[in-house]
Design a protein. Structure first.
Lengths: 157, 124
């Protein structure tokens, strides 16, 4: 990995973009949908009206832009880093979304919900650290070695 | 029932979409650099992979379900509940793909499920 030092920094930069842009997008979508009120999806005229309201909402478009930013960062980072490295890092976004909901939308987040979010982050972290290659457990030794090397390469990124 | 359908669509269509997109990106290859032209080229390559379209279609379904859920509930409730995709992913892997799920991964899945339960309990 020493031949490609910029990758290291760029990986963390992209992860930071993911952890901010993803939750921000969801919070903006939430803001937009709340301003529309209860969506009517039937009869058809109601659905068209709801769709029109959604398309006319600035928050929704900002949210979509933010989610596209997240998505591009996610795809880019996945094109060179392993899923098993990207996923644990992105588990932080569950905490960020609760924080932004509280700060930007004034949502009341009960202590129990904070605790739940913390446990989810921990759970996602544990899931993700197991790596995606556990199907190979029963495979022969050389494959096992490859998998291990792969995981170690991901660690170094 | 309505809530169940909404959250099930977010979780199942969202996870399926991610799997397809992930597969498409592996086919499309790695971005050789951060140059904008290279990124656009990669995106165009990805759009030629059929998996990408299947994935994007499923993610669109999940997106509209997410909009529906967000109009009913707070974002700090909806998004943590979507973490159930990790639970769905583990069960889906075992049931449909006959994957072996390690004990550590089950522990993580259990933690996620416990966390979502706490979020539900703290709904008020």
């Amino acid at each position: 990995m020493s031949q490609h030092p910029p990758i290291h920094l760029k990986t963390y930069l992209m992860l930071a973009v993911m952890i901010v842009a993803g939750p921000l997008g969801n919070v903006l979508l939430g803001k937009g949908m709340k301003s529309i009120g209860a969506p009517v999806i039937w009869p058809l005229a109601g659905l068209i009206h709801t769709a029109g309201m959604i398309l006319a909402s600035g928050s929704i478009w900002l949210g979509i832009a933010s989610l596209i930013t997240f998505f591009v960062a996610y795809m880019l980072v996945l094109s060179w880093a392993d899923y098993s490295f990207v996923q644990p890092a992105s588990s932080l976004s569950y905490g960020v979304v609760a924080l932004l909901g509280f700060l930007m939308l004034g949502e009341r987040v009960s202590p129990l919900r904070w605790a739940g979010v913390a446990v989810i982050c921990l759970g996602v972290f544990v899931v993700a650290r197991t790596g995606p290659s556990t199907t190979r457990q029963g495979a022969d030794a050389s494959e096992q070695l490859q998998v291990t090397e792969h995981a170690q390469a991901a660690e170094r990124v | 029932m309505r809530d169940f359908v909404l959250f099930a669509l977010i979780v199942v269509a969202g996870t399926g979409g991610e799997l397809f997109v992930s597969r498409a990106m592996k086919v499309a290859g790695e971005a050789p650099s951060f140059h904008p032209i290279e990124i656009v080229k990669l995106m165009l390559r990805a759009l030629r992979v059929p998996w990408m379209w299947a994935g994007v279609g499923m993610m669109a379904v999940a997106f509209f379900a997410l909009l529906g859920a967000l109009s009913l509930y707070n974002v700090s409730f909806v998004v943590p509940v979507t973490a159930l995709s990790y639970v769905a992913g583990a069960f889906g892997g075992v049931t449909f793909l006959h994957e072996r799920v390690s004990p550590q991964r089950w522990l993580g899945v259990l933690l996620v499920a416990a966390g979502v339960t706490l979020v539900f309990l703290g709904k008020s």
